[in-house]
Design a protein around this ligand. Structure first.
Ligand SMILES: [Zn+2]
Length: 294
């Protein structure tokens, strides 16, 4: 695997990815097939691409107790999803009573790049910038991850691009204010009319699993969808979820492999810890708070 430039000790997250998090038996089948399918794709259509062949070698060698831990491996990605969801659940259990726990989804306008420009340095820069903006919106701790989609418009009103976006949880005592402040930091654009969504977390574990979901889509927007409103049908924008094309799957896989499983995590005032057999997310609020200057 290539070296990742992420300033985070990947041993903490990848090292905590132990065999009990991996699917077994029938539950493992779809992930194993997905991994094998990607190997076949890399071997058949990308023989001349050294990086693609190296990734195929990595994925082929992923077996029980000797996992590849590549973010492009469906089996390892699925296990990392379970690991992150379970450590997040334990973290959130400790946060109860201090306000509402909310799920936050943000599609930043500056999280888009051309199909060939997806690179780990781009993710590092985005995460740093977006965490600062979360802070300016009044967010204290944030536990979440990056997600990706390939966005297109059915009449090519805009060019196809990768969208890097964030989904995670935080706490607030004032939902409306949080929404307002987040919308100031992540404003709407012509292409992204609703960049910020905030809703109360009802305790559903699926919301935690969604943070590191291991599958990615091509989102095809259309302007002539129809929606039923109290004034009758009105046309609106709609998005159709489709499978990535094979060249897009390969590009994303090479990128994810380089980024690393840990590279998708977005943690603010929180840190992933791995002490031997126990992994946890710990709150790491700065020592100086409020207007006091250190
Ligand atoms: Zn693997």
């Amino acid at each position: 695997m290539s070296k990742s430039p992420i300033p985070f000790n990947p041993g903490r997250f990848d090292g905590a990815l132990i065999e009990p998090f991996y699917s077994v038996g029938l539950a493992a089948v779809p992930y194993r097939r997905e991994r094998e399918k990607l190997v076949r794709l890399l071997r058949s259509k990308h023989q001349d691409n050294e990086k693609a062949q190296a990734l195929a070698d990595t994925l082929e060698a992923c077996v029980k107790s000797r996992r590849c831990k590549s973010a492009a491996c469906a089996e390892c990605a699925r296990a990392s999803q379970k690991l992150f969801a379970s450590t997040a659940a334990a973290f959130l259990a400790k946060q109860k009573g201090a306000g509402h726990l909310v799920c936050v989804s943000i599609v930043p306008a500056d999280g888009r790049c051309k199909p060939k420009e997806l690179a780990p340095a781009y993710a590092v820069r985005n995460v740093r910038r977006w965490k600062e903006r979360l802070g300016r919106a009044g967010v204290t701790w944030f536990v979440g991850a990056l997600d990706y989609s390939l966005n297109e418009h059915d009449t090519a009103r805009y060019k196809p691009h990768w969208s890097e976006h964030v989904y995670g949880l935080t706490t607030t005592t004032d939902m409306d204010r949080l929404k307002k402040e987040l919308r100031k930091q992540f404003p709407a654009t012509e292409e992204i009319p609703r960049p910020v969504k905030v809703k109360i977390w009802d305790g559903d574990p699926d919301a935690l699993a969604y943070m590191l979901k291991p599958n990615y889509w091509r989102r095809v927007a259309t302007d002539d969808g129809e929606r039923f409103t109290k004034n009758g049908m009105r046309s609106c924008r709609a998005t159709d979820k489709q499978r990535l094309r094979s060249k897009e799957r390969v590009r994303l896989a090479l990128y994810l492999d380089e980024l690393g499983l840990h590279g998708r995590l977005v943690l603010r005032w929180a840190q992933f810890m791995n002490r031997g057999a126990t992994a946890s997310i710990e709150e790491r609020a700065p020592k100086t708070v409020g207007t006091r200057i250190a």
